[in-house]
Design a protein around this ligand. Structure first.
Ligand SMILES: Cc1cc2nc3c(=O)[nH]c(=O)nc-3n(C[C@H](O)[C@H](O)[C@H](O)COP(=O)(O)OP(=O)(O)OC[C@H]3O[C@@H](n4cnc5c(N)ncnc54)[C@H](O)[C@@H]3O)c2cc1C
Length: 860
């Protein structure tokens, strides 16, 4: 009988890598009975299997190591900056021995299936070897990169020579001396092994499907500076790692790569290149991973380096990545990788030019040539992140199969748990930072969270834990929202599941960073295990809810502004408030280039008003969008929404005229409203003089108080019988003075525009009796019929959300062609924050499309 039969345990852990070993240690400390099942015959996980020549870590070993055991930290000395596989394996074996872990590990034991038994709140875990274990908790510590990708090359298995797989390398090693060797693949494992195989082989031919970015690792002894930083205060060092974006303590620039001079940028990249640090380019500027133009500066720099090393221009060109942005596929660091292609016995076959046809008995055929080899090395990677999990037949509540549940992509809450599978925990599962981080740090965080959760359940007398559907779907949304503000989804990478035929294209890890992720996990606990249901003999406790609802880039903006510790605007004098608002606008990205910008004046209701005109680059006379800036009738100017106006101009291909109306408190209601209407009339009458279509099409648009003025201008134009306004786009408009209910209360604080600030604006703008005047609160107009068609944009976390929505409804009820565009996860300032709030792009495109529709211009 196989071991384990009838055994009753608190926890079964699968996998004896970094994660499983630490988890077993933690569970034992809690006094729990636990067994660890591992298919290999020893500990090590990744570092047990991947024994190919040159295998080593690419996060510095000081960082890529456990922090839970101060004694271990003090006694272990890494011999190199990036330790080799044998050294890392030695380290993990040492940890297993030091903590006497092996006595609870069953080696050569592959878990085949796991089934939830609702009646007993337990899992039955079955092994390929015929063993069966009953446990309350079942933890998959099966690794993100442990399931080899199934071979997908024609003729696989036909080769009569020697075949090797980097992720299942023979323990006794391989001697390639005198052999003709092929390597298929150019990912991390290939980049590490190729230079070493080339040292031995008589001939080496590398078959490359897609090139990867790589640069010298500059391995050697750990630098004195790093050692000093680590040794001077290890506790603080590790804590800094835990609260960093990547799990490695380092500073990340807040500057855009496009904000600095070419010389400054080049110097920064040379420093990053010289550092040999995998993460250095991502940290050099804040927008490398979100802005294509910023990213291209890195791509160009690194391709320049490749061309500088590889002598044959055709080979160099083939080695330069062209199909993905830097970082969107895992970049590599290497030792003489590109130099290897200068050796006379090494050649590159570019499979983009001559696709691989099949493996044959004696070698490899491309569509153009036949090659003969003695040995073929497959460096073709993993079915990452989900492969090892769904390889086990996991059956949850009511017979639900995890594989089926994840057929369209993994669904998890925090990457730790998944609905329908009580008491199942995933270590570094999909939806957690995992492979985008120093995994030692991410593993420890997950292990700690899971152990603490189990301890909490024991204290509280609960037998079951399960994520709620609402919490899970909100987390999946959040993970996708984060990916969508970056360039990652554009690459055919294993992060996207794109390396495995038939695998759904879903961004698998969480890109928000180790620090933000940790904060979310801690908040979940602090808020009473938000998003989880606990069940016990005495009670069921469900604390439903979503941990992150704000768009990720909005959250970053809010954090950044909070860190500035600015005074609340409503506590300032008007002069100070204007100075602060001007200063806040000064450092923002400028927005796109337009053809021409002209500052001028036009006659308002009581004197001249400044305006700023934005003309598109395209030739010809254009229709006009008359724009009103935000700022609560108190702040702002004709140029204060400059990036948004540029964006509108480019997207609509219309002339945008931003009007600087009179401000309160110097000029109170109805000055701004009358100026807005006067400006619309003047612009309509003088369109030809502005270079627009003579007597042509005109639409109005405005944000916030400017949205209020655009709406009011439409009402006044209707009353006055003209001018004709083709349409109105109101972005987060003020349509009513009353903020005492709905979103006015719900979003009163925490999202930049507060209810108190809105009140301050109203106090400066209009006397109380005037506030119900439709020229101040357009929602209060008795009759809204006959107004121009409208797009009303609202943001979920805006105190003004409900009044914007109410205006859209009221317009529609009055027979106006009105559309409401609610923006999920956004705040009052999201949409005008061009190139800052990237998640606002889709709404900006819809705004422009609506304006184009009103103006009758075809989309570009
Ligand atoms: C070549 C290589 C280099 C890497 N370098 C780095 C680096 O520098 N920095 C970094 O942060 N990360 C790196 N990684 C990622 C690495 O996988 C993680 O850092 C870490 O080792 C994962 O530990 P783990 O315990 O989660 O999983 P693993 O180490 O993958 O261990 C999982 C274990 O589970 C076992 N298992 C899986 N399924 C079953 C089953 N059904 N039954 C029984 N046993 C099972 C496997 O045999 C394996 O031993 C690298 C990965 C590779 C492949």
């Amino acid at each position: 009988m196989a071991s384990g039969n009838n055994e009753q345990l608190d926890v079964v852990v699968v996998g004896a890598g970094f994660a499983g070993l630490y988890l077993l240690h933690r569970l034992r400390r809690l006094g729990l009975s636990a067994k660890l099942l591992e298919s290999a015959d020893d500990v090590g996980g990744t570092w047990y299997w991947n024994r190919y020549p040159g295998a080593r870590c690419d996060i510095e070993s000081i960082d890529y190591s456990y922090s839970f055991d101060p004694e271990l930290e003090a006694e272990w000395r890494w011999s190199e900056r990036y330790a080799t596989q044998p050294e890392i394996l030695r380290y993990l074996k040492h940890v297993a021995d030091k903590h006497d872990l092996r006595r609870d590990i069953l080696f050569k034991t592959r878990v085949a299936a796991a089934k939830w038994n609702g009646g007993t709140s337990s899992w039955t875990v079955s092994t390929q070897q015929g063993g069966e274990f009953r446990c309350r908790f079942y933890v998959m510590a099966t690794g993100c990169l442990s399931q080899p990708k199934a071979p997908d090359i024609n003729g696989h298995g036909r080769f009569l020579g020697r075949s090797y797989y980097t992720n299942r390398w023979p323990h006794e090693g391989v001697d390639f001396s005198g052999l003709r060797v092929a390597v298929i693949g150019t990912g991390s494992s290939a980049v590490q092994s190729i230079p070493i195989i080339a040292e031995q082989a008589a001939e080496l031919t590398v078959f490359q499907r897609t090139p990867n970015f790589s640069r010298p690792a500059r391995n050697g002894l750990v630098s004195a500076a790093k050692m000093a930083a680590y040794n001077s205060d290890r506790v603080a060092y590790r804590e800094a790692a835990r609260w960093s974006a990547t799990g490695v303590p380092m500073s990340v620039s807040t500057l855009s790569a496009l904000q600095v001079s070419d010389g400054e940028r080049l110097a920064a990249y040379e420093t990053a290149y010289a550092s040999g640090d995998l993460l250095a380019f991502g940290a050099a500027y804040s927008d490398i991973i979100v802005n294509p133009a910023a990213n291209k500066t890195v791509c160009d720099f690194l391709c320049g380096k490749i061309r500088g090393i590889v002598r044959d221009p055709e080979t160099a060109d083939a080695l330069c990545p062209k199909d993905h942005f830097y970082g969107t596929k895992r970049p590599c660091i290497d030792t003489h990788y590109f130099e290897t292609y200068n050796l006379p016995h090494v050649r590159l076959v570019d499979l983009c030019k001559e696709p691989l046809h099949s493996i044959t008995e004696c070698g490899i055929d491309t569509e153009l040539r036949s090659f003969t080899f003695d040995a073929i090395v497959h460096a073709t990677g993993f079915d990452a992140m989900t492969g090892a999990i769904v390889a086990v037949d996991i059956e949850g509540r009511e017979g639900l199969s995890l594989k089926d549940k994840w057929a369209e992509g993994p669904l998890t809450y925090l990457g730790l748990s998944t609905v329908g599978f009580p008491n199942l925990f995933l270590i570094t599962g999909p939806g957690s930072p995992s492979v985008l981080s120093n995994m030692a740090v991410s593993i420890e965080q997950h292990v700690d969270w899971v152990s603490n959760c189990i301890a909490h359940m024991r204290r509280e007398g609960f037998d079951e834990i399960e994520a709620t559907p609402a919490a899970e779907s909100a987390w999946v949304q959040h993970v996708n929202d984060y990916a969508d503000v970056t360039l990652f989804p554009r690459a055919n990478s294993w992060y996207m599941g794109a390396n495995v035929p038939g695998k759904p294209r879903v961004f698998l890890p969480y890109i928000g960073g180790v620090d933000r992720y940790r904060k979310a996990c801690e908040e979940v606990v602090d808020r009473g295990y938000l998003g989880f249901t606990f069940k016990g003999a005495r009670e069921t406790r469900c604390n439903d809810g979503a941990i992150r609802r704000v768009q990720p880039d909005v959250a970053v903006l809010l954090e950044t502004i909070e860190a500035l510790k600015l005074p609340a605007v409503e506590t300032l004098s008007v002069v100070a408030a204007r100075a602060l608002s001007g200063a806040m606008g000064a450092g923002r990205p400028p927005g796109p280039d337009v053809g021409e910008i002209i500052d001028g004046v036009l006659p308002g209701a009581a004197g001249e008003l400044p305006y700023r005109l934005y003309r598109p680059k395209t030739p010809g006379r254009k229709p006009v969008v008359c724009y009103f800036h935000g700022g609560g009738w108190v702040l702002g100017a004709a140029d204060s929404d400059d990036p948004f106006c540029r964006d509108l101009c480019v997207r609509t291909d219309a002339i945008v005229v931003s009007v600087g109306y009179r401000h309160a408190p110097e000029d109170r209601f109805p000055a701004a409203a009358l100026d807005a209407f006067a400006a619309v009339k003047w612009i309509a009458a003088h369109a030809a003089g502005l270079g627009a279509e003579p007597a042509g099409r005109l639409a109005v648009c405005g944000w916030s108080a400017g949205g209020n003025l655009a709406a009011v201008a439409c009402q006044l134009a209707r009353g006055a019988g003209g001018p004709h306004i083709a349409g109105q786009v109101l972005v987060n408009p003020v349509t009513d003075w009353d903020l005492t209910h709905g979103s006015g209360v719900e979003n009163a604080e925490g999202y930049l525009l507060t209810r108190a600030l809105m009140q301050w604006f109203w106090d400066h703008y209009a006397d109380v009796p005037d506030r119900a005047d439709p020229r101040a609160s357009p929602l209060r107009a008795k009759d809204l019929s006959g107004l121009p068609p409208a797009l009303i944009v609202t943001s979920e976390f805006d105190p003004l959300r409900d009044q914007g929505a109410a205006y859209a409804d009221a317009l529609a009820a009055a027979g106006v062609a009105s559309r409401h565009l609610p923006c999920r996860g956004h705040i009052h300032t999201s949409l005008v924050a061009v190139d800052v709030i990237i998640s606002g792009e889709a709404a900006r495109a819809e705004i422009a499309a609506a304006l184009r529709g009103f103006l009758g211009t075809a989309p570009t």
